[in-house]
Design a protein around this ligand. Structure first.
Ligand SMILES: CC(C)(COP(=O)(O)OP(=O)(O)OC[C@H]1O[C@@H](n2cnc3c(N)ncnc32)[C@H](O)[C@@H]1OP(=O)(O)O)[C@@H](O)C(=O)NCCC(=O)NCCS
Length: 142
């Protein structure tokens, strides 16, 4: 199974993907805090010894959150993001009230389509949420 838990040794590759995509600016310390947090699920997708995607969830039943998900540019559209998302979904019990929340830039059409395809529904907007003034759209999957 190419999806496995992230370790601190994976961080150079994870940070390189984040930098390539430029969608988020977490530093190494922030990733380490997530890896060590008991409520967090941090996963990577590994392909022939190289990491091509990762996702970070906070698994807290009805207040679960997807904090980050990314697939390196060259491997997008091949089901890697879906596999990473499913690794989180497998730990949740939607039939018994678990829910996952996330926020995404309004203009990130690719991610919004991806989330909608996986059963997320937009429920609110936060005006000028990001530092560059872009709105955030809040999504929930129940
Ligand atoms: C959003 C993101 C994580 C999706 O990752 P991905 O690996 O491309 O995801 P998938 O390949 O599973 O799905 C993407 C699309 O490819 C399609 N797809 C899935 N498997 C496929 C396959 N084997 N072959 C071709 N297409 C496929 C999916 O149906 C989906 O299409 P849809 O969105 O129109 O339904 C990726 O685009 C990304 O990293 N974006 C930049 C970072 C970002 O914006 N992250 C989210 C904000 S936090």
């Amino acid at each position: 199974m190419p999806v496995r838990e992230m370790t601190e040794a994976d961080l150079p590759q994870v940070l390189a993907i984040q930098q390539q995509l430029g969608f988020q600016e977490w530093n190494e310390r922030e990733f380490i805090a997530e890896i060590r947090a008991s409520y967090a699920l941090c996963v990577v997708f590994e392909q022939t010894n190289s990491i091509v995607g990762y996702a970070i969830f906070h698994l807290m039943g009805p207040d679960s959150e997807l904090l980050s998900i990314a697939t390196c540019e060259s491997e997008q559209g091949k089901g890697i993001g879906s596999a990473l998302l499913n690794a989180g979904f497998e730990r949740l019990d939607f039939a018994n009230g678990d829910q996952v929340f996330l926020e995404v830039r309004e203009g990130n059409e690719k991610a919004r389509k991806f989330y909608e395809h996986h059963g997320f529904a937009a429920y609110a907007e936060r005006k000028k949420y990001y530092s560059d003034g872009e709105n955030a759209v809040l999504y929930k999957k129940a």
